[in-house]
Design a binder for this molecule. Structure first.
Ligand SMILES: [Fe+2]
Length: 548
């Protein structure tokens, strides 16, 4: 049975449309729609490019697909709209099956983990009338323990702070998290009034929610992320907000730090209480807030948590996967675990070469790009590394990556200023060989998706200044050869040459653009940035003037 799961944007609040294809419970392919529209988060888009990719990858027609599985169960006539959509765009609509948004999130992380039993918690903005849920899952039995009301939302809380600090809600939350490491938690008393633990959940101060307070203006929940979402009460509590682009000072850094700390306190409280109730210390997280890797670190450190799993797609792209998993499980198939994230398109050298020839690129063809790439890395070059299947999820994990020597502090500033064009306070992350990660990082467990932060061991931190955040943590990717042999070999080679089994790894894109999917986008990124070298499969591309 072929089942396609989708996540979609019906309105501007919706984002991260994606599609995933399963055959008899096994994942075949999955990708985010933004990689095809080239507009980050694919807001208010139903997946189209992603679905075409799935069909091509499996070499099937839409008529071969048994069902389209989607969240948004509570939306009026959504099944009819989807049927019309598929008939219009693809000439045929398979059967439409709708599920609850948070059940889809929960399924994506639970089945992905491979745990036989788990406490599954979804911390989200909102979807299908709630902002998250707690399940106790055994086998295929999802027992709902509790759900969080829409107005008590951790995603809304963090979105408010993101806006208050002058950033874009549902886009820049990771900037607040990065900034938080530069401050002190001096505003914790104030934040205890904003968000507080409450039983199995939490309470967000109702007077802060502008859409709720001004209900006569916001007669539905339709509002753009550019409109103000918090009331003036937040400014009474914290002082004046920052206008976008305004200067950052210690007060704002301390506010970011306190907001982050309060999120960690509340989320850890919920996990602790949930585990107490279920008696199961294997915890799976999902929902957009589970992209907060600093929060995930605190949850992993909670003593009642035995094992923690966070998928590569805790955000709304993951509900596409979860919906397909739920339908496949209902049909009696056992569901594959999600050990790696390489489910996107791959481009053969025979596809790439004519493109390079057509644009007159200067390149050499290598039997094995690893050794030449090591030479580049060791001479402090910044390297675009485009290999194999694209990652599913927001993190580049060694197939659509920019790589650099982590031992160099200045390479980090160079990537920020000449490639990414982004704020200097944003950290870069390490890929590290799984069997050697304990030498560099504390409290480690296998973390293949860059969604959990770990402390860097003081004795090794100075060896890798390029990937250590200001608070001496790093968001690691544990790499094992079974999942990405080429990338593991590159890390092995780097370790052989330097005794450091670590590479700086950031996504192959320019700031605010989606991570590249196809070769032409990689070439565009390369020539529009200060990136030194680009590897496209076996081809090593250089810039004739600057680096010939
Ligand atoms: Fe969600």
């Amino acid at each position: 049975m072929y089942a396609i799961g989708i996540s979609s944007g019906l309105k501007h609040g919706h984002h991260d449309g994606a599609a995933a294809l399963m055959k008899d419970g096994q994942l075949i392919a999955a990708a985010e729609e933004e990689r095809f529209t080239l507009a980050k988060h694919a807001r208010a888009e139903l997946p189209r490019g992603a679905i075409r990719y799935l069909l091509k990858q499996a070499n099937i027609k839409i008529e071969d697909v048994s069902c389209i599985c989607s969240p948004l169960k509570t939306y009026t006539n959504y099944d009819r709209r989807l049927r019309d959509y598929f008939e219009f765009q693809f000439g045929h609509s398979p059967k439409i099956e709708l599920f609850d948004h948070h059940l889809c999130h929960a399924a994506s992380t639970y089945y992905g983990s491979g745990f036989p039993e788990a406490t599954v918690i979804c911390f989200d903005f909102s979807g299908d009338s709630s902002s998250g849920v707690i399940y106790h899952v055994k086998g295929n039995d999802f027992k709902k323990i509790s759900s969080f009301e829409r107005e008590n939302s951790l995603g809304l809380y963090y979105g408010m702070i993101t806006q208050y600090l002058g950033y874009q809600m549902t886009n820049d939350e990771y900037k607040v998290m990065g900034l938080s490491s530069y401050g002190k938690p001096l505003y914790l008393d104030e934040f205890a009034k904003v968000l507080r633990p409450d039983g199995l959940g939490f309470r967000l101060a109702p007077e802060l929610d502008k859409r709720r307070r001004d209900a006569e203006i916001y007669t539905s929940d339709f509002s753009t992320r550019q409109e103000r979402i918090f009331t003036e009460h937040l400014e009474k509590l914290l002082g004046p907000r920052r206008l976008a682009g305004g200067p950052l000072d210690d007060r704002l850094r301390d506010i970011a730090c306190s907001a982050q700390r309060q999120l960690e306190i509340v989320a850890t409280h919920v996990v602790r209480e949930a585990v107490k109730l279920t008696g199961c210390g294997d915890v799976c997280l999902a929902g957009g807030v589970a992209l907060n890797c600093r929060m995930n670190m605190e949850i992993a450190l909670e003593s009642s948590v035995k094992r923690l799993y966070v998928p590569p797609v805790p955000n709304d792209a993951g509900v596409a996967l979860g919906a397909a998993m739920l339908r496949s499980a209902e049909a009696g198939y056992s569901i594959s675990t999600l050990d790696h994230a390489y489910w996107g398109p791959e481009y053969d050298p025979s596809y790439i070469k004519p493109i390079l020839d057509r644009i007159g690129a200067k390149y050499e063809t290598l039997d094995d790009p690893v050794e030449r790439c090591l030479e580049d890395l060791l001479s402090e070059k910044t390297v675009g590394w485009f290999q194999g299947r694209m990652e599913f999820g927001p993190r580049a994990l060694g197939n659509r990556s920019i790589l650099a020597d982590p031992r160099s502090a200045k390479v980090k500033d160079r990537i920020n200023s000449t490639i990414k064009y982004r704020e200097e306070f944003r950290p870069f992350c390490p890929s590290v060989l799984l069997d050697r990660q304990e030498k560099f990082f504390e409290n480690t467990f296998e973390a293949p998706f860059m969604v959990v932060t770990f402390p860097v061991l003081p004795e090794t931190a100075e060896l890798v200044p390029g990937i250590v955040h200001v608070d001496n943590t790093a968001r690691i990717q544990s790499v094992r050869s079974e999942h990405n042999p080429l990338y593991a070999r590159l890390l092995e080679g780097f370790d052989r040459e330097t005794s450091v089994p670590v590479l700086l790894n950031t996504s192959l894109n320019i700031n605010e653009q989606p991570t590249v999917n196809a070769p032409l986008e990689a070439i565009h990124t390369y020539f529009c940035s200060g990136l030194d070298v680009l590897y496209l499969g076996p081809f090593r591309v250089t810039k004739p003037v600057a680096h010939g």
